[in-house]
Ligand binder design. Structure first.
Ligand code: MEV
Length: 347
């Protein structure tokens, strides 16, 4: 059966190539043996990580780069991730790895004829860019399509949240929601994904600290801090929730300066929870000294990536160049660029 190449409406917004992080284009599949294809996008959290685990909203945007999974009918279930040189089978015993358990969960839930899944990563793992959720969405979608089962987006997002729980410990679902829906939105445990339409294109630079960020450890670290002093941590999260709501409004109005200020305050709060590192602080200083409106940890923190909000698209090359002196993995993306380009074209 020829693969269904419809990629839902993903990605909704354009992004410059993620140089040095993976160069495989999303439209790679033209394989007659392919029974199903799934795509999950990477993400940046602009405001609200960690607080979102405790019920506050988070503002996030999808990246054009993500994960593609293809499924072929086979005699036994398997999942292959070439970039990690890894092939696993579904297993949910106590000694199983998170990916084996996550895969077992998908097979249990969706079942059907055994499939061999091949996963193509365009994202670094443990970088705060939503790699594990994007794998989950891609795999679940590929399995469902191969079995002739068209999943509702809400179901796909929920199944991917469960998948991500094997990696995050306590997953809020923000990463799986962005990987499923794409675009820009506010996510909360209570309301799910709500799209936000930016009033201006959002010029971002993403710079990797060179340090791995293990989400489950960092979520556990925050959980321990909250157990130690619930009043302090809940007050921080309450303020982060306010910043997110204000940030969504600023983004809708196209007020990038205000959004940058909110990102800076959010970063300061994440730092009080010990979620930044010296390498991230160096990158942040460089970004702000180079004129960025805002810069903050994105994702779990403790390493991984910094997200930087530039003043304008035209400032991206100089900002990128400055950050490249301190980071081997830097790329820029303009969230909403496609939307504005098509508005201009039809005006
Ligand atoms: C990780 O990208 C975001 C966290 O808030 C965890 C989660 O929401 O599942 C740290």
């Amino acid at each position: 059966m020829a693969p269904d190449l419809a990629r839902r409406d993903l990605p909704r917004y354009s992004a410059a190539p993620m140089d040095a992080l993976g160069e495989t284009p999303l439209n790679v599949m033209h394989d007659e043996t392919c029974a199903g294809v799934g795509v999950g996008s990477g993400k940046v959290i602009l405001l609200g990580e960690h607080a979102v685990v405790y019920g506050q909203p988070a503002l996030a945007a999808s990246l054009e780069r993500g994960v593609i999974a293809t499924a072929q009918f086979a005699s036994a279930w398997s999942l292959h991730i070439g970039r990690w040189n890894l092939t696993v089978r579904p297993r949910d015993t106590e000694d199983a790895d998170p990916i084996e358990r996550a895969f077992a969960g998908v097979v249990d839930t969706l079942g059907g004829v055994p499939l061999a899944l091949d996963v193509l990563l365009q994202l670094p793992s443990a970088a705060g860019l939503g790699c594990s959720a994007a794998i989950g969405v891609a795999v679940i979608e590929a399995v469902a399509r191969a079995q002739g089962n068209a999943l509702q987006r809400a179901t796909l997002s929920e199944l991917a949240r469960r998948w991500d729980g094997h990696f995050h410990g306590k997953a809020s679902g923000v990463d799986s929601a962005v990987a499923t829906y794409g675009g820009v939105g506010v996510y909360s445990l209570e309301s799910g994904w709500e799209e936000v339409v930016p009033g201006q294109p959002l010029p971002l630079v993403i710079a990797h600290s060179g340090e791995q960020s293990a989400t489950s450890d960092l979520v556990a670290k925050v959980g321990a801090a909250r157990q130690g002093d619930a009043e302090r941590v809940d007050a921080i999260f309450g303020r982060v929730g306010q910043l997110t709501r204000l940030g969504a409004q600023a983004l809708e109005r196209g007020n990038l300066a205000a959004l940058g200020d909110l990102m800076n305050e959010n970063h300061a709060l994440l730092r009080t929870l010990d979620l930044s590192t010296p390498a991230l602080e160096v990158l942040r200083t460089v970004a702000l000294d180079s004129g960025a409106y805002g810069a903050k940890v994105t994702g779990a923190g403790g390493g991984g990536c910094l997200v930087v909000l530039a003043r304008h698209e035209t400032k991206l090359p100089s900002l990128e160049a400055a950050l490249r002196r301190h980071s081997r993995h830097v790329f820029s993306t303009v969230i909403g660029a496609e939307q504005f380009a098509s508005c201009e074209a039809s005006a």
